[in-house]
Design a protein around this ligand. Structure first.
Ligand code: ATP
Ligand code: MG
Length: 645
């Protein structure tokens, strides 16, 4: 299926930072001489004390350690701000697009951002925040969210961002887990014309998080909030009392920069801890090479700052590179499904980075919203978060990008800090649905269930055989869980939890999480393949596939299908879809049960939570597990009520 090749456009091959030959050479060098390679790359950062050592790591239990540039000292905020002041102080750093298109965008220059960050850092200091303290950030998508992160980085405090869509309970759990006595929030957030009561949520969270002592409130909407004397302070009042001068704290490269909880698709979220030096290098280097970023280009990563994508590719990567980062407060579907393309036109966006879940939601509304806009500024498109179905890929490529823009389908994880397997626009011929090739320094391997290395064109469990600078350093407060989760399944290797196929050209195809692999009569099948086949059908907007117990086959296939706007569910369509999958993949892939679902259970970051679908398919609806990270718990009730079989 969909193995057609999209060659590198000639203009890209000529002008991009890395062409096919350079990719081969640099990748080989990054593996044969990692120390030389990474010490050279480290020079792209501004060090207070330049490192003399690169990687110092072992994935073995006896001397388990992960360290990069350990003798170097730097400050992350200074790298993102101070060093740009002389050359591009008056250039836009953050370009902010409000939720409501009738309002004006905001442009914040590097000089202004620097001043705001220094002030915010001084407010934190005045509140007793010291190097190593944890600061929870529960903010809407406003520039002050980025300011808050950089302020923490400036004084060496460890930020822990909690997505602004999470409930008070989810917030409380994360505050308690990392023992954070201070929260930065806003009065309210805005998304799609609706208000989100952030400050009130913090108040509610405190009941379950007694450790919380201080709440700094940024005035975003002016909506009324109740301030608790002694605990709460308005940011604008505190900022007026402090100086705009705040020296950047010299930090060891291995000092923590932030904690971020994973999205919880597979279970209880883990507090992923990232370093200062290695992480920043990874974010900056991948941002520059994968997006072929050039200073002056308007670059838009449409993620939320609450996810790692927002950390690495809205804040740290682009700002370390002196870029213009567009920050969008709103949602892709409000006021209408053309919003993203209108933003592209309004700001002449050249690079757009978004998620398959958003693309599928927009694709379902038809091409009209896209074609009503110009999009001539677009040069490069990116995808992240899930395997992108070839159907959605082609729509992105042909309709959104009018066939002109390469797509970088970036596979990575909260744990990896940044891109791991991805095309480079000037180097990699594209195959829709394949994340393609490893980035520099990355050595992916496929292993079978016993850990035996699989060579050539094959399918197996995706592991990474060596450390890279952006790798997470621990699970906050539980180093043992870190080792157990990632390094014991396959000794001496980092286990990603994902299944993967490698084709004859050496391209990697993520097939979904290993836990989701279905075994039908002895045939192992990735969920992504069956889902892509379903989505290929004209009437299908989205599909999720899980295994269910089956007397004869061992496991059967249970498919949940969301139809396009205006399509009616019927028995005839059910049969048609089952036949369709049979025709696309083969009889073995025919869904045994197919349920029409108006919505699918998704995490707040838009990922389908298959473990819940699996329970429903199994008929085990009493123990659905941790559903606290679900975007819309009501979806589950409908699925349970309409389960088939
Ligand atoms: P948890 O680890 O708590 O279950 P999560 O894995 O959803 O949550 P993230 O770190 O946000 O948390 O997601 C990483 C996962 O997303 C990857 O392991 C992979 O399964 C999927 N993924 C991300 N990008 C891609 C991509 N381009 N192609 C295929 N899969 C992707
Ligand atoms: Mg994960």
């Amino acid at each position: 299926m969909s193995e057609n090749l999209y060659p590198v456009p000639e203009s890209w091959a000529k002008t991009a930072r890395v062409d096919a030959a350079a990719y081969e050479r640099l990748h080989a060098q990054s593996l044969s001489d990692p120390d030389g390679f990474w010490l050279e790359q480290a020079r792209r950062l501004d060090w207070i004390v330049p490192p003399a050592t690169a990687g110092d790591w072992s994935f073995d239990e006896a001397d388990f350690r992960i360290r990069w540039f350990a003798d170097g000292k730097l400050n992350v905020a200074a790298n993102c701000l101070d060093r740009h002041l002389a050359t591009r102080g008056d250039q836009t750093a953050i370009l902010w697009e409000p939720d409501d298109p009738r309002e004006d965008p905001r442009r914040i220059t590097y000089r202004e951002l620097h001043e705001q960050v220094c002030r915010f850092a001084n407010v934190l200091k005045a509140e007793g925040v010291r190097k190593g303290d944890r600061v929870t950030v529960y903010m809407p998508m406003i520039p002050e969210a980025a300011v808050a992160l950089l302020a923490c980085a400036r004084i060496g405090a460890i930020h822990s961002v909690v997505f602004g869509g999470f409930s008070p309970e989810a917030l409380a759990g994360r505050i308690v887990d990392c023992d954070s006595r201070i929260v930065i929030t806003a009065d309210e957030g805005r998304r799609g014309g609706k208000r989100v009561p952030l400050k009130a949520n913090v108040d509610a969270a405190q009941k379950h998080a007694p450790v919380l002592e201080k709440v700094i409130v940024v005035q975003a909407t002016g909506g009324g909030v109740v301030m608790q004397p002694g605990r709460d302070l308005w940011y604008h009042e505190a900022a007026a009392k402090v100086s705009a001068d705040c020296p950047a704290e010299p930090m060891g490269a291995e000092d923590p920069l932030f904690i971020l909880y994973t999205s919880g698709s597979t279970g209880k979220p883990k507090g992923v801890l990232h370093s200062s030096g290695g992480y920043l290098l990874w974010a900056a280097y991948t941002h520059e090479v994968v997006f072929d970023y050039r200073p002056g280009q308007v670059y838009w990563c449409a993620a939320d700052i609450g996810w790692v994508t927002g950390h690495s590719y809205i804040v740290y990567g682009p700002l370390a590179n002196g870029g213009i980062t567009l920050m969008f407060e709103g949602v892709p579907t409000w006021p209408d499904a053309g919003r993203m393309w209108q933003v592209v036109d309004r700001h002449q966006v050249e690079i757009l980075y978004t998620a398959p879940t958003a693309l599928r939601a927009l694709m379902k509304e038809g091409d009209g919203y896209v074609t009503a806009t110009s999009r001539t500024s677009l040069k490069l498109l990116g995808s992240v978060g899930e395997p992108i179905n070839p159907e959605a890929w082609r729509w992105y490529h042909d309709v959104v990008g009018e066939g002109r823009c390469p797509i970088v389908d970036t596979w990575w994880q909260t744990e990896t800090g940044g891109h791991m397997i991805t095309p480079l626009p000037g180097a990699t011929a594209l195959k829709p649905g394949s994340a393609s090739m490893p980035f520099f320094g990355i050595e992916p391997q496929l292993v079978d269930g016993d850990g035996a290395l699989l060579e050539g064109a094959t399918e197996g469990n995706l592991v990474i055989a060596r450390s890279w600078p952006g790798q997470m350093r621990t699970v906050w407060g539980d180093h043992e869980r870190f080792f157990q989760t990632y390094f014991t399944t396959y000794r001496g290797k980092y286990f990603t939890g994902d299944g993967c196929r490698r084709d004859g050209d050496g391209y990697y195809w993520i097939t979904g999480r290993v836990d989701d692999v279905i075994n039908v009569s002895g045939h192992r099948m990735g969920t992504a393949e069956v889902e892509s086949a379903l989505v290929l059908h004209d009437k299908v907007a989205e599909a999720a596939v899980v295994g269910m117990p089956h007397d004869i086959k061992g496991q059967g296939i249970y498919a949940y299908v969301t139809l396009n706007a205006g399509e009616e569910a019927s028995e005839a369509l059910r049969k048609e879809l089952r036949d369709w999958v049979r025709g696309e993949i083969g009889p073995i892939a025919t869904p045994d049960a197919l349920q029409f679902a108006p919505g699918l259970p998704k995490t707040r970051s838009g990922k389908i939570m298959r473990r819940i679908l699996r329970k429903i398919a199994e008929g085990d609806v009493s123990s659905l597990g941790d559903t606290s990270t679900l975007a819309d718990p009501a979806v589950v009730d409908d699925l349970v009520a309409n389960r088939v079989g």
